[in-house]
Design a protein around this ligand. Sequence first.
Ligand code: GLU
Length: 308
Amino acid sequence: MPRVPAPTALPMTTRYRGRFAPSPSGRLHFGSLVAALGSWLLARAADGEWIVRIEDFDRERTVPGAAEDILATLHAFGLDSDTTPVRQSGRGALYRDALGRLAGAGLAYPCRCSRSDLAAFRGIHPPACVARGDDSRPPAWRLRVPDETIRFVDAIQGEQRQDLRREVGDFVLWRIEEAAAYQLAVVVDDAAQGITDVVRGADLLDSTPRQILLQRLLDLPTPRHAHLPLAVDGYGRKLSKQEQSLAVDATNPLPALRAALAFLGQATPRGGNVEAVLSHAVAAFDPARIPRAPSAPAPYAALRKDVS
Ligand code: GLU
């Protein structure tokens, strides 16, 4: 097994390009608004571009109409993509090509492990496949994970390290359902779209070493990372679309916009419209004030809008 190749550097002259990459599995909720706003603020403060990518490669989780609803809600919050949003559902050929490169180099292999095989591994697939599953179905494809620790420095969460073989195991690149897995799709798209800075919720912090490994194996540059604090409910659980958590109200964006700014440790001007609040937020933006730790948004009850 070759060692992990050295990182490919971002070109020094590259202009900042950030992104917000929602999965259209429901309406935009407060946690996603924080991710959208945080990535937008960091991009604007760096005089950079900000784009939206719809991560709808997982057909089972995609709710019809949710992508349009999310884009319309972002628009109501003054957060418009600088380019036409790309949808992952139309990009399968790119992901398949990346899988082919990894398989061709002996770095990916087909896996027919059954659910019970996987359960026995306790979520950490070992470097060899026991393959007792049904071979009439297409296999999943996994990455052959090298025995190395991936390290990186997150701009908000600080130094990170993960021993991929022991903590994650050989992970899925291509699912039995004949679709790219999130880790592969995100790496291919971040590179294809020239993303220099990945800013997203801290729930994805532990996916980042897998993505860095894939970038190195595919000879793609690794973007900088900043993982925003997670918005949690009163029990410390992540706000999520699938759990029908608090959707933000696109017809009355200011309360949620101010709450999201406060959540990110930023000043929240009184009065004004969305545009004025956003331009004040960019002018007064101080990334050092973004907290690391998860918390519940302050005016929690005020954000509530029943989700149908
Ligand atoms: N699509 C993912 C989500 O909605 C985010 C992916 C990313 O930012 O890398 O949770």
